[in-house]
Every structure is written in C-alpha cells, then in structure tokens.
Design a protein around this ligand. Structure first.
Ligand code: IVH
Length: 670
C-alpha cells in the first residue's frame, strides 16, 4: 500500500472504529463482535506504525493507552471549577427553593440529576478534537491527565455534528461497579490487598503513569456542564441533550438519571425515588444535584465565593446503621495473608442482613480504635462486604475489650510476620499451615487456572484431611481405590475427578503458571511471562534483570518469582507436575524456529517490509526476545527509518550492533 492510499484507509478505519465505539460505549448497543472490532483496531495500529506521518493524537488506537505521563503538569482552569453547596435534609432543599423563588420571578424549572461519586474533570475540545483534560485540583488549577482520559471510551476523541470551535465540557469520571469488582477479583487472585472503594480507586487510576493500565481498568464518565459555548439553548437540560449530538454520553431520561420539573414536589419525588433505588445503580452516587434550568435565571441568581446559587446538592446520608461488634476473627488466605473480620450482631442494611464486615488489616483496627462489644457504624460501599466506619463512643461500656491483633496464626499457631513496607500480617508457616495449603490447591483447581471437572473445595478439604493430598502435585498421584474411600464419593464421582485431572494435562501453559499461585502472578502476568519466556525452565532460571525487561513486569513481581523458585520444594512440585505430563511450555506456532534463541532485540523506528508488530512477532516466533530499552546486554537494535537519534547514540555508545530491516531479514535467513 502506498502512502496516499494508507491515508485514506487510516481515515476510513478511524471513522468506522469511532462509530463502533460510540454505539457501544455511549448508546449501549453493539453492532460488531469484540473480535471483529479488535481486528479493525489491529489493522489501524499496523497502518499507523507503517505510516506514522498519518498517525494522530485523536486516533481510536489511543483508547488502548501506551502513553506514559511521568509527571502530571499543573494547568490553570480557564473557568474555575466551583463546588456545590451541600444539604442533608429536605427542609434545606425547601429553604433553597424559597430563596430561589424570592430572587427570580416565578415559573421556575428545576433539573434534577444524580450526584455521581467520582472525580471531576474538565475536558477541552478545539476544532472538534479532545485537546486537554484537567482534574479539579484546588478549583483554580488542576493536573493534566489527558493521556489517561483519552482511554475512557465513552469520552469522544473527535466530535461529530455542529460543535463550537473551542469549549470545555465538565463531568465526573467514575468506576462502574462491575469493573471495580472485577479489578478486586484480580487483586484477590494474585494475593494483593484489595481496593477499598470505587471513588478513591477512580481517582488513583486517573493519576497512574501508564495509560495502558488505565485503559484496562474500564473507567466511565457522565457529563454535566458545558462552558465557553455561549448559550446553545435556553437552559441546562436542553443543552445536555444537545451535546449528545456531538457524541457525548449523557444521563438517560428514560432511566430517570435526569429529569426536568417545575415543582418542589417533583424535586422531592426525584430525591425520594433515588434514596430508595440507588443501591440498584451500576455505579455509586452520593446524592442528587438540583439546578435551576434557564440560563438567564442562573445569571440572575449568580454565585457566592465558592458555589453557584442556582444549584444545590442533596447528599444522602451514607446508608449507615449502628450495631454491636461481637468479636473479631482472623482469616488466613492462600498466601498466608491475615484478614481481620468483624462479626456483628445481625442488622438490616441496604436490603440485606449484614453480620460480617471486613476490617482489611491491623492498622484499620487501630485507626478506628475498635473494641469488642462496641456499638459500631456500618456502611455499604461499592463492595458486597460492608465496612465499619466508626465507633459510637458514647455507648462504650464497661464490657468493651480492646482488640489485640493476633501474633500467631489462628489455624496453625505459627508466628505471624509483617513484611517491610506492607500493611498485612502473614502466617510464616507456608509449608505446613493447613489453610494455606488447602487454599493453594483450591486456587490451582479454580476456574481460571486448571478448571478441573469433578473437583471442588469440599473434596479438596476431605482429601486433605485424610492426608491424601498436601500439595498440587499430589493430586495427580491419586488412585481410584484411595478416593473411593472418601465419604460421599461414589464410583461415578471418583471417575469424574480422575478424568478431570487427566484432561487438565492439556490446559495451556499460561493457566498452569497462574495455577502455581506465585504471589503477584495473576492471570495477565502469567500470560505475559509465558508468552515471553516460552517455558517453565526459562522462568525458573530467569534473573531479576531479565524478568524486569519483560513488558509490564516490575520489581515486585520479579522478586516474588525469584523467591518462589529459590524454594527447592516449589521446584520439586514443578518437576513432579512435569513428570505427570502437565503443559509447561507454549505450543510452537507454525513457522517457528529457535534461530534467534538467546538473542535480545530492541525494535525501533518505521519499517517498509513489515510493521513493527510483525517484526516483533517474527523475533518471538524464532526464539528471540523483545525488550523495551537498550542496554549493554542487548544483542541487536533493529533500526527503521525515523528512529530517534538519542536511541541510535545510546546503541553506538554501548557498542550494540545496529541492524537495518534487510540485515535483520538476512540474519533470519542465515
Ligand atoms: S454540577 C458549579 N452536577 O460534585 C458546580 N456536579 O461539589 C457545578 N458532581 O466537584 C457542578 N455529579 O464533580 C454537578 N450532576 C452533577 C454532579 C456534580 C457529581 C460533583 C462535581 C463537583 C462536586 C460539586
């Protein structure tokens, strides 16, 4: 393809992808399968790599992230970001309505909206293109988080229709609860501390340096105000509807996310409705916002120093109940991490009976100054498990007892240890603590790892109790005669279990690796490691330096892998599993070879015969390794056109051989 036709193709693909994005993330309807969407995106990515002169900052390829922000630059807001005055009772809303009525003539329209519980953002569009996104900060200046905001798929990068040349749109970035729970599930699986609530996690995510990680987390955004457009329409409600034409996701009238009313009763009805129904929303809200609709009335009402007089928020009292804390018990996870759990006198909260609350870690108990038999306040956040937010000290009685964080494991009595820089305590008996051992086996047989048919937690428990299994390798040595002895195991279930184990030998290497339960090696990390190193021996032998060279593998993961395999017992388990025929290598792809084995490559610049992705694939299928940055140990730099001069200099300074595309092909054909 020549440059001219590439330009046309890039424009066509971008338009097509933008349209699919819009219908999926904004209009909630899908016109194409995920697979087909990804294929189009890959095609565009490759064309942009091959013809970088046509790549641009607003391309749909920006959605997957990749840009790194080392330091978020501070930017002054063109229009200060004010806050809303808060009220907590209906009487205060009545007072506000009377004040408004006194100040402006009657016949007032009110717009009721949800108060999304996330992070405020101001997004600037110039000539229909997203040019800058700034956090609220202190209201007069915020941080430039543009690269991260571009990955949020419901925010258009390029506008449609008849939009003004230069304006700013304001909204709230939030974590949809489904995505938040998924993220915590991943954290749990890799033995890491879970996030406490969606709002803080949304805020933390927005400030991450690597926009690729932001893209994976799945943030979303609702818009609630437009600035710098002049009055597009007579009122706020009509303007919000108008911006939908440019491609923005606006709150749904049908679902009652936004409503226009002329009466105080209408406002109260909206508040009433969401006070009851807010638990059913797929995202968190912390109140309702009421705005005077017509712009000329807003102007008449004006502003106080901090907030507009034409708007007010009604904040929900976080759904909170008081109950007594009976005691605290301690749970042991498969990694040995100890989680304190509060056992509560059962109480109704948000439509369910609550009797347990997570306390996360020892620091949390100290922070809350929690005592047994205290009256505690319990709230429900984005997580299924509610949390204790405070103690009613006026009710503290003589029978309250300070909670001593245990110093021994509740399951095996071994000493607990707090690792440096971590908040969690760990049981140190990872070889003998029954709960840890069973937890490791349960993790291995789980759906996302070996997915073994006919084997569940209860059977693992029984097999463990009678001493038939102690680790994951023991599973593959079970015989029919042994298992049939277990209570409630009939012939059929034993056969099921044994054939499930046999079939699991076909499970792919990344899943087996995930199943080994190495700390911080979750599903995605296992895939990365497997695809890069190809087999378990390479992983066992990998040095710290070679591990952190792999894309997305950082110090923490590398240290964890090394210490896992420093333990002879873990090596022995791998050897036994290998002996039983489990898959410990990536299956060979057609056209693969080991010609480049032991060689590492940095690919940079623009190529004519292959795209950069294709070149990297060629290196991996021929046994070589792609690394991100040039070091003394790099075997070759494959340099295309437009490779940065600083990289070229670094390569020659370090004496790393530089290959052109043709020289690389010659090397492959040697
Ligand atoms: S309107 C002049 N509408 O609440 C202020 N704000 O204290 C205009 N928020 O930081 C804000 N949902 O991020 C408005 N529907 C909504 C909102 C909303 C959430 C946040 C906003 C702001 C804070 C106001």
């Amino acid at each position: 393809m020549n440059a001219d036709s590439a330009k046309i193709e890039i424009e066509k693909l971008s338009k097509e992808l933008n349209q699919h994005n819009q219908s999926y993330y904004v209009e909630d309807k899908s016109l194409i399968s995920d697979f087909d969407f990804d294929q189009l995106l890959i095609k565009l990515q490759e064309l942009e790599e091959k013809f970088p002169q046509w790549a641009n900052d607003y391309s749909p390829t920006k959605r997957v992230g990749g840009d790194i922000t080392k330091k978020f630059e501070t930017v002054i807001h063109k229009y200060p970001m004010l806050s809303l005055s808060n009220t907590y009772s209906k009487e205060e809303i009545e007072d506000w309505v009377s004040r408004v009525k006194k100040m402006v003539e009657d016949d007032i329209e009110y717009v009721c909206e949800l108060k999304y519980d996330g992070v405020a953002i101001g997004i600037q569009y110039i000539d229909g293109k997203l040019t800058q996104a700034i956090t609220r900060g202190d209201g007069s200046k915020g941080e430039n988080v543009t690269a991260n905001v571009k990955t949020i798929r419901s925010i258009p990068l390029v506008l449609e229709g008849n939009y003004p040349n230069d304006f700013e749109i304001r909204g709230e970035i939030f974590f949809p609860l489904e995505n938040f729970r998924k993220l915590n599930e991943l954290k749990r699986e890799s033995g890491e501390q879970e996030f406490a609530n969606p709002r803080n996690t949304a805020s933390g995510t927005l400030k991450m340096q690597d926009s690729k990680v932001v893209a994976q987390r799945g943030l979303d955004c609702f818009l609630y105000g437009v600035y710098g457009t002049g009055n597009l329409r007579e009122g706020h409600f009509e303007t919000v509807k108008k911006v939908a034409d440019w491609g923005f996701k606006i709150p749904s009238e049908k679902l009652r996310y936004i409503e226009k009313t002329k009466s105080l009763d209408g406002v109260m009805d909206f508040i009433e409705f969401w006070s009851e129904k807010r638990q059913k929303l797929p995202f968190e809200i912390d109140g309702i916002v009421i705005k005077v609709n017509k712009y000329h009335k807003q102007e008449e009402l004006g502003y106080t120093a901090k907030s507009p007089r034409w708007a007010i928020s009604y904040k929900f009292k976080a759904e909170r109940v008081e109950t007594s804390l009976m005691n605290v018990t301690f749970q042991v996870g498969r990694t040995g991490a100890i989680t304190p759990v509060a056992n509560l006198k059962p109480v109704q909260l948000g439509g369910t009976t609550v009797q347990r609350a997570s306390l996360y870690n020892a620091d949390q108990i100290v922070k809350l100054d929690l005592h047994e038999n205290d009256q505690v306040y319990v709230e429900k956040g984005g997580e299924i498990i509610p949390k204790i937010v405070g103690v009613n000290l006026t009710e503290r009685s003589g029978n309250s007892r300070a909670i001593n964080f245990i110093d021994k494991c509740p399951e095996c009595d071994s000493l607990l240890k707090k690792k440096e820089g971590e908040v969690l305590h760990y049981c140190t008996n990872d070889k003998g603590c029954p709960t840890q051992l069973k937890g490791k086996i349960e993790h291995f047989i789980g759906r996302k790892a070996m997915d073994i048919d006919g084997l569940g937690a209860e059977t693992v428990d029984n097999l463990f109790e009678v001493g038939l299994i102690n680790n994951i390798a023991d599973l593959y040595e079970l015989t029919f005669d042994q298992v049939i002895e277990i209570e409630r195991m009939a012939d059929k279930s034993v056969n099921n279990l044994l054939s499930g184990l046999k079939m699991s030998k076909e499970i792919s290497f990344p899943k087996v690796l995930f199943g080994l339960g190495i700390r911080f090696v979750g599903e995605t990390v296992a895939k990365k490691l497997a695809n890069s190193l190809k087999n378990i021996d390479a992983l066992i032998e990998a040095s710290f330096d070679s591990l952190i060279e792999i894309d997305e593998i950082g110090d923490k993961i590398a240290i964890s892998i090394i210490s896992h395999f420093e333990d002879e017992e873990n090596i022995e388990i791998v050897q036994r599993l290998k002996g039983h025929g489990l898959t410990f290598e990536i299956e060979e792809i057609e056209g693969s070879s080991t010609k480049l084995k032991g060689l590492s490559f940095v690919v940079s610049g623009v190529f004519t015969k292959f795209s950069r992705t294709e070149l990297k694939e060629l290196i991996e299928t021929n046994g070589g390794k792609n690394i991100g940055s040039i070091s003394k140990k790099t075997s070759f730099v494959v340099a295309g056109e437009k490779m940065g001069p600083s990289k070229l200099k670094k390569a020659s300074d370090l004496g790393v051989e530089i290959l052109t595309e043709d020289q690389f092909i010659a090397l492959l054909n040697e």
